[in-house]
Write a protein that binds this ligand. Structure first.
Ligand code: FES
Ligand SMILES: [Fe+2]
Length: 394
């Protein structure tokens, strides 16, 4: 994209909200827009690429296709999680293509080089001639898997592809401060999930940014989610404090699930008078969060291409006891409730994607009192595009 175009996009979205113009259609409908999202928006940020429970035991590997990049999440014998480019150092073969338990090594299916789960190249059969597995001129330590900066947080695996982002805890600090009034860091770590308790995925035929925009606002609640709006109406939603890497909304009327007078275990430190509070922040670029006294959900957006996104959902509960069969009815009901809500949003994001193919739409208008979070997100995207253009990466 020409730097002049990026400057114009940035200027238009930074006008006062009533005059601001949203991101242009090409960022939602073109292959170049998709690549720009990956290399200029996702790469310098902390993007979520998976969940720790995708690797259910030690010595496990989990391949991920992230916007065309083959990545590999590994969990070693010590349960340390790492992420690598999923490519053999030899002739560039895509290394692992299915999630699997290993013997502590990943073997390339082409010439059988093997790598430890910490990325070190271990075996190089016949590299010095038949039956000779070393070569004086070949330095194995220079051919390890290429590591990617990664962090684990709330059961999610995040990567910083560029290696240049702020320290992760600094990146999320403004968000965690908003959690702090409800639950401490130690308490949040009590949210755990397993493969039975709540996971689903939805495929939407839309650009990933439209899924973010839809999640950021509660304006659509009465029309798209009439049932939810009856329980937790629009007027009882509030905006979260904006922060550098995200925005969102919350509800002051969250109704905890009650089945036959049994409720799920709750975080002990969550203030009694705020029991009906729920926060729905988005950590830019692609992590959508719902935090409640009795459960946490994360929706990770995996962009497949410019007009297709997979929404991976995990629901976590408070402590091991909450995962027991005693609460299996709650797990089913919770998953069903959220799946219904998320499904209701599909037509909205898909029809916005359709609208983006029209030359009659050029970014649209914003409702001044309702669309501030969307504007905040557009400004964040525009700033990343401008940063890349300033570095000559256009
Ligand atoms: S490409 Fe992997 S061992 Fe040759
Ligand atoms: Fe919605």
């Amino acid at each position: 994209m020409l730097k002049e175009s990026v400057i114009e996009i940035h200027r238009n979205i930074n006008l006062p909200i009533a005059a601001a113009i949203g991101l242009p259609n090409a960022l939602y409908t073109s292959d170049q827009g998709f690549i720009d999202d990956r290399d200029k928006v996702m790469a310098p940020s902390w993007a979520c690429i998976g969940f720790v429970d995708d690797l259910p035991e030690p010595n496990f590997v989990f391949p991920v296709d992230f916007m065309g990049l083959p990545l590999l999440i590994t969990r070693d014998n010590n349960n340390d999680i790492r992420v690598f480019h999923n490519v053999c150092s030899h002739r560039g073969m895509h290394l692992a293509d299915v999630p699997c338990r290993t013997n502590g090594l990943v073997r390339c299916p082409y010439h059988s080089w093997t790598y430890q789960l910490d990325g070190q190249l271990r075996g190089t059969p016949h590299v010095g001639g038949f039956g000779v597995h070393e070569h004086d001129d070949f330095d194995k330590s220079a051919s390890n898997l290429r590591a990617i900066r990664c962090e684990v947080w709330l059961g999610c695996v995040f990567v910083n592809l560029s290696g240049t982002a702020d320290d992760f805890l600094h990146y999320v600090a403004p968000l965690t401060r908003q959690f702090d009034e409800l639950c401490t860091l130690n308490e949040r770590e009590r949210f755990i999930s397993n493969s039975n308790a709540g996971r689903t995925q939805l495929t939407v035929k839309s650009n990933w940014k439209l899924a973010v925009e839809n999640y950021l606002e509660s304006y659509h609640l009465p029309t798209v989610h009439p049932e939810l709006n009856r329980i937790s109406p629009l007027q009882e939603h509030f905006s979260l404090d904006y922060f550098d890497q995200g925005a969102g909304q919350g509800s002051s009327n969250y109704q905890r699930l009650n089945i036959d007078d049994v409720e799920l275990p709750r975080l002990a430190g969550w203030p009694e008078e705020q029991m009906n509070k729920a926060l729905y922040p988005t950590l830019y670029p692609n992590t959508l969060i719902g935090i409640h006294a009795d459960h946490l959900f994360i929706m990770m957006l995996q962009p497949i291409n410019k007009d297709e996104t997979v929404e991976h959902v995990r629901i976590s509960y408070v402590g091991e006891e909450a995962l027991s069969d005693t609460y299996s009815g709650h797990h089913d009901a919770m998953l069903s409730n959220w799946s219904n809500v998320f499904s209701e949003d599909i037509f909205a994001v898909e029809r916005m994607q359709k609208g983006r193919s029209s030359p009659g739409y050029t970014g649209g208008k914003f409702a001044p009192s309702m669309d501030e979070p969307t504007v905040h997100f557009h400004r964040w995207i525009a700033q990343r595009l401008l940063n890349a253009a300033d570095m000559g990466d256009s």
